[in-house]
Design a protein around this ligand. Sequence first.
Ligand code: SF4
Length: 397
Amino acid sequence: MSDQDTTDMPETGITPGGTTGTFRDVLAKGHARRGKPPLHFADMDADERIEAARELGLPRFRVKQLANHYYGHFDVEASEFTDFPASARQAAQERFFPPLITEVTRQVADGGMTVKTLWNLFDDAKIESVLMRYPNRTTLCISSQVGCGMGCPFCATGKLGLMRNMSAGEILEQVRVAARMMERGEVAGGPGRLSNVVFMGMGEPMGNYRAIMGAVRQISALPPEGFGISARNITVSTVGVVPGIRKLAQEGIPVRLAVSLHAPSNELRDELVPMNRRFNVEQVLDAAHDYYLASKRRVSIEYALMRGINDQEEHARLLARRLNHYGDDWAHVNPIPLNPIEGSRWTASKPEDERRFCEVLHEAGITATLRDTRGQDIDGACGQLAAKVRDQRGSIA
Ligand code: SF4
């Protein structure tokens, strides 16, 4: 468990499976008192949008125009919607596009190809997203919860505890802003297209299932129903919330699943990933393999390498055995050099151990790619930026 003070933490959680049994969400103080973000166009279904337009005295075809602006052009500035009656622009702005995320700071690295943004939400909570441009793709890593209740002790976000779930609108706004930055050439390399989205920022996506699925649908649908980023280019990560993995498999949307395993044995994983006490390594890998069978998408196994803890040959061998148990080529391992948080006893592996870890996997026929550590010089690990801001201000919200 995290070394966070849990003395006055409530005994309940909001992640599926986090309310009972051996695992409970780590909840931040006042998590239940935060209220809900304003309702946004992206939070409404078709009928709600038509009804909201009717209340403003607008016919239903105006909703389609708004959708074109939002999904097709990434625009929310109703004052600039020249196809919209001037007299209705301000009301439409307030009703459909309340500002949900406001930039606090932006850090740029890798020659301008990596942009990490800290956002302020309606309740002064902070989240972050990271845009990474590569020669053949541009990936945005987004947050789905404010903080995280999973309590992994090596993780900065885990130290915050779970403050609240984000709304679909808040999640989607991160994508819209990044897509617009790319389109307008605001990222080094000139105009381009946002091609990939990964749910690997703050939070456990399966703990906010309904909102992340609402976001996935709107990211992947073609305009004017969504941003038109192929579901195959969307990755949903989880620390191993088995019911969430099983539910995702039934959606029939071919997103990629990424499982943060971080340890091959239950003994070690119980310590590094407290959720393991609820759903152990066997249950998580069973569900991940079933997801592969249902989706025909190779599953990513995320593995943060921590010096002397989980990065030795014996760990790689056990991991390979576990994965090969299900057959060949169904999983791809992404060992990630840990970006350590200050004052933590978990630190990054030695480069020679990282290399050896990958070699052992390769020798066992497992594909493994050492994940690049984009943005490491700008606090690359999830939650570190927010944690830093919190420390400076005494409190994050
Ligand atoms: S590693 Fe992931 S699941 Fe664990 S506390 Fe951090 S954000 Fe949450």
